[in-house]
Design a protein around this ligand. Structure first.
Ligand code: FAD
Length: 627
């Protein structure tokens, strides 16, 4: 028995432990409740749940599942066998019978959960022990692995510019600074304190600061956002955990490590970014807000630095030239001027598929009742036991589909909800006053009266070509076309054109009184069914009818479509090498994050920035470990 017991020691993970809502303390409780102990006892086939010591169990994931008739919280739990046996030796016989079962019970390790990495800072600090300079020229000047001599040998740290302080730029800066590079973080927008005031002036007085707004400024596009931290990379991957743990170090609540659908909300993101900034500065990173990179300094096919203009105090400045060994480009996908500048330098870029559409808004109460039925009362504006309800819908549309006549564009399109913000508001994400585009944000409690989400349709090269848009930036021209149309339909001053879902389906103007909207700058009834080419409109109409089958009540005259949602992901990819993260056409340039076409969302952009930081540190000879 002793030998068998040895084999079982360490951590076991128990999955899919379902606790009915009435037996759970609610969404904010992340400990081990009596209801959860009952489910653990069932999994162990141990008859007396109250005899299990809660200390032996740790919740690693908690989600809410309202899909079935009986909504429940679903847990993943780690069980520390050594602790369990020391506190309750009577469980030994039951543990001995435990067998690994895929997706239900897993034996993680003898020592503990080695799959979970420590915080990013620790990873980097550990890696520091590996630091070794690759190669050395005769005069003792270190060289990188390509043999290129560093302009600033390690004695005087390699100089790196990181352009853009969104999640990708922040994480790249963090990694590079931890490895000892001399990092300058250059951001065209303002620090969160001033940015908050600029956004306030936009929302209250319609004053758009073109360099400090919902897209540009400290933290990037994700700061005044819903702060959803879900990602398709896989929430248990060590890189995602490293990012989340780093966010916790900077002030995010620990619940993001456990929640099945982690989110922060703007009120949590702003102080977190301030802490991130302070830490970077402690590491010696120079941060220049209100400074836009207008050009790259290029010699041969090598970047030698950047030319910046002081966009705030001196907008007409002809620019300051700053030399760097490498430039990390983390500019997001709204920096259209930067794409244009790259085109002038023949930097290799290719078109990328993305999606366009409209943002739909319902009263949150309606979404709660569609998703939860009677349990909707438990939401209580984000204060209740169950989370504010969200949804995710998707439909594959094919041009032979019955009832549609999608006569041009690609044969198959997907139409799906995107960036759903429960208890949120629709916000203006234009960066140019002649264009109009929107997105959604929320605060941590998600307590507003509205639920909004983008409903978008995939578009690709043949859509852009139908408008005679050519070249790598054809997708950008395509976005701009609809942003300008939306601005005209709204009649100016950032008023957003809207149509009820029922009128959109019937192709009629919403003449009756419009349902209320969370959008603060005003809405105006318009023919949104005429905004996009017929194939896109029909795909949206067809999908709405399908979504209604899944979420009865979704199609309603109190649901309001807002135009236009165009910046779902980057319309361009700046091509780079898979190993080194360096541009395939310009040495010393490292395109990263969403704007470069390698990420979509806060977490994936941060992960890309982190890996790019490792790759560049390696290239600069600051690190010789694996990436
Ligand atoms: P960005 O965050 O776009 O950062 C780029 C930065 O570069 C900006 O700060 C910009 O000012 C700066 N910059 C650009 N050009 C220059 C230049 N020439 N010189 C100097 N600086 C420059 N994602 C989620 O995962 N969850 C959400 O809930 C969510 N909600 C969103 C809500 C809104 C309103 C918006 C707009 C986006 C939302 N997103 C969300 C998307 C998410 O914000 C992006 O995917 C993410 O921020 C991309 O990170 P990034 O670092 O690649 O680029």
């Amino acid at each position: 028995q002793i030998n068998e017991r040895d084999k079982l020691e360490g951590i076991w993970r128990l999955f899919k432990l379902e606790v009915p809502v009435e037996k759970d303390p609610g969404k904010d409780f992340l400990g081990v409740s009596d209801g959860l102990l009952e489910q653990i006892a069932k999994a162990l086939k141990f008859s007396v749940a109250s005899m299990l010591p809660p200390e032996a169990f740790t919740v690693v994931r908690k989600s809410f599942d309202a899909r079935k008739k009986e909504p429940k919280f679903v847990y993943t739990v780690n069980m520390d066998v050594n602790q369990l046996l020391s506190l309750q030796p009577r469980t030994l016989d039951f543990i001995l019978k435990l067998e690994p079962r895929i997706g239900l019970v897993e034996h993680l390790s003898q020592q503990g959960d080695s799959g979970v990495s420590g915080d990013l800072t620790n990873i980097i600090k550990n890696c520091r022990g590996d630091v070794g300079i690759t190669g050395s020229a005769e005069d003792g000047v270190p060289a990188n692995k390509n043999g290129r001599l560093l302009k600033n040998p390690i004695t005087s740290k390699p100089k790196v510019a990181v352009v853009g302080s969104g999640p990708s730029g922040l994480f790249a800066s963090l990694v590079l600074a931890e490895f000892g590079a001399d990092v300058t973080l250059i951001e065209r927008g303002q620090a969160v304190e001033q940015r908050g005031r600029d956004i306030g002036a936009l929302v209250v007085r319609r004053m758009l600061q073109v360099e400090s707004n919902f897209c540009f400024g400290e933290g990037g596009a994700g700061t005044w956002s819903d702060g959803k931290l879900v990602t398709r990379i896989g929430k248990n991957s060590s890189s995602v955990l490293a990012v989340l743990e780093t966010l916790v170090n900077f002030g995010a609540p620990k619940s993001i490590l456990i929640s099945g659908k982690p989110h922060l909300g703007t009120d949590k993101l702003v102080p977190l970014l301030r802490n991130f900034r302070n830490y970077l500065q402690e590491l010696g990173v120079t941060i220049r807000f209100g400074t836009r990179v207008d050009d790259l300094l290029v010699e041969g096919a090598q970047v030698m630095g950047v030319r910046v203009s002081d966009s705030v105090s001196n907008p007409s400045s002809t620019g300051l030239k700053l030399p760097f060994d490498a430039v990390v480009l983390a500019v997001g996908h709204s920096a259209r001027d930067t794409y244009q500048m790259l085109l002038c330098h023949d930097v290799e870029m290719v078109r990328k598929d993305f999606a366009v559409g409209l943002r739909v808004e319902h009263p949150q109460e309606l979404i709660n009742s569609i998703q939860y039925s009677e349990l909707a009362n438990e939401v209580q504006s984000g204060r209740g036991k169950v989370p504010v309800a969200d949804y995710k819908v998707a439909e594959f549309v094919n041009n032979q589909h019955e009832g549609t006549s999608l006569d041009s564009g690609p044969t198959n399109r997907s139409c799906y909800s995107f960036c759903m913000c429960p208890g949120g508001q629709v916000v203006l994400t234009s960066t140019d006053p002649s264009e109009l585009c929107i997105n959604g944000m929320s605060f941590s409690r998600r307590s507003s009266r509205w639920a909004n989400a983008a409903l978008v349709v995939s578009v690709s090269s043949s859509d852009f070509e139908a408008f005679n848009f050519e070249g790598p930036l054809a997708g950008v021209d395509f976005q701009r076309e609809f942003e300008r149309r939306a601005a005209l339909m709204g009649g100016g001053k950032f008023v957003v054109p809207v149509q009820t879902v029922t009128d959109f389906l019937e192709g009629t103007l919403s003449v009756r009184s419009l349902p209320s909207s969370s959008y603060r700058l005003g809405v105006k009834a318009a023919n949104l069914h005429e905004l996009f080419p017929p194939n896109i409109t029909q795909a949206l109409q067809h999908s709405l009818l399908t979504f209604e089958k899944e979420l009865p009540g979704f199609v309603s005259n109190i649901a309001l479509l807002h135009g236009v949602e165009t910046r779902t992901s980057s319309p361009v990819q700046i091509t780079r090498s898979g190993d080194t993260y360096e541009s395939t056409s310009l040495k010393g340039l490292y395109p990263i994050g969403e704007g470069a076409g390698y990420a979509g969302g806060i977490v994936s952009a941060a992960v890309d920035g982190m890996y790019a930081g490792f790759a560049l540190a390696k290239n600069l000879g600051l690190y010789n470990g694996g990436i």
